[in-house]
Design a protein around this ligand. Structure first.
Ligand SMILES: Cc1ncc(COP(=O)(O)O)c(C=O)c1O
Length: 379
């Protein structure tokens, strides 16, 4: 199956009971047994639920993996990956990453004796400088949130394989429509399914996809043992969202390009971060590992101050000032005070997350309305 067919049919079967085309929402915590252990494959919904299973099969299909796992949030999915590790293990992570991932790593797992190295990976060969006998995981986010840096997944995977270390890629910004990390050599792909996979800003959910059976078994064990699963209603919503992922992403990319180009030509705008520009430092890597450049765009105004950035986001009308991204509606965020506030200012600013930075999740509204909205807000 090609990708645009997989979003609709990948891993799906019509329901055996009545042939319903969409899987029923099995809103049940438990399943009747005829005798202890005598059941139809489902015992308890933390472990398995038919609606969640349909979604997990869809995750596996669209990422070209074999095993999909759904969690109660993106962070719960990341948490399950870190639980593969032991005290004393080390992780090499992108230094420009979602603030909540940074908070989980530094404020929870460092206390459990796991060591994190946060490094710039724009030159992915640098990863190798930080590898030692304790290194167990490389954590890559690409494009990064919010600076839109691009990390070469093939180079990272060659290093991970050479040193027998797992490579996990947070594919939230790109989605499998644009980039399929398992095809490029990653071991684990992770999503905040809250974003483009769900696509309608109505669900919080996380996903993992792997190819290796042993790794899948370990992650399924953690999923059940730690229990951070999602419910059947949310599983249904994300499954429905995935069915239009390809057409939504096509429009996100078109509108993202139009917005990035508009901002780039605006006399009051200092810098626009979008991997589709030829002068983006890793534009060629983006071109080789992604099918297009997505709908996320960050920028700073020439005035370069906090108050001006706040004024712009407050004036926007079509773009809603809100956390999150990846929904059909356009959102604007101020990373320094919102999504990335959990990263200390000095750390944040080292990677470019300055007080004047604005991040846009460009939705699928009419392009002209989006541009006019930016025009009136920037002035
Ligand atoms: C790139 C990225 N990874 C992970 C997460 C965490 O996902 P969730 O909010 O679903 O827990 C987010 C949330 O914004 C994100 O943007």
């Amino acid at each position: 199956m090609k990708f645009n067919t997989k979003t609709i049919h990948g891993g799906q079967e019509h329901d055996p009971a009545y042939g319903s085309v969409m899987p029923p929402i099995y809103q049940t915590s438990t399943y009747a047994q005829s005798t202890p252990g005598g059941h139809k494959g489902y015992e308890y919904s933390r472990t398995h639920n038919p609606t969640r299973n349909a979604l997990e099969n869809s995750f596996a299909s669209i990422e070209n993996g074999k095993y999909g796992l759904a969690f109660g949030s993106g962070l719960a999915a990341i948490d399950a990956v870190i639980k593969l590790l032991q005290p004393g293990d080390e992780v090499i992570s992108t230094n420009d990453l979602y603030g909540g991932s940074y908070r989980l790593f530094t404020k929870i797992y460092e206390d459990f004796g796991i060591k994190f190295h946060f490094i710039g990976m724009e030159n992915a060969h640098r990863i190798e400088d930080y590898i030692n006998d304790n290194t167990k995981l490389i954590w890559v986010e690409t494009p990064t949130n919010p600076m839109m840096n691009i990390i070469d997944i093939v180079v990272a995977s060659k290093i991970s394989k050479k040193h027998n270390v797992l490579l996990a890629v947070d594919n939230t910004f790109a989605t499998p429509y644009l980039q399929q990390p398992l095809n490029l050599g990653a071991d684990i792909v992770m999503h905040s399914a809250t974003k483009y996979l769900g696509g309608h800003s109505d669900v919080v959910m996380g996903a993992l996809v792997v190819k290796d059976e042993k790794l899948a078994e370990r992650l399924y064990f953690i999923q059940n043992a730690s229990g951070a699963v999602c419910g059947p209603q949310d599983s249904f919503l994300v499954l429905r969202g995935i069915k239009t992922l390809h057409i939504r992403m096509q429009r996100h990319c078109e509108n993202g390009r139009a917005v990035a180009e508009y901002l780039n030509s605006h006399p009051k705008i200092e810098k626009v971060y979008w991997p589709g520009f030829e002068n983006h430092p890793n534009h060629n890597i983006a071109k080789s590992q992604m099918n297009d450049f997505g709908g996320m765009v960050s920028f700073t105004a020439k005035s370069n101050n906090y108050e001006e950035a706040i004024k712009i986001v407050e004036k926007l009308k079509v773009f809603t000032l809100a956390e999150s991204l990846g929904g059909v509606e356009s959102l604007a965020g101020h990373p320094a005070s919102m999504t990335h506030a959990s990263i200390p200012k000095e750390e944040r600013e080292k990677t470019g997350v300055v007080d004047s930075l604005i991040r846009l999740s460009v939705g699928i509204e009419d392009e002209e309305d989006l541009i006019n909205d930016l025009k009136q807000a920037i002035g």
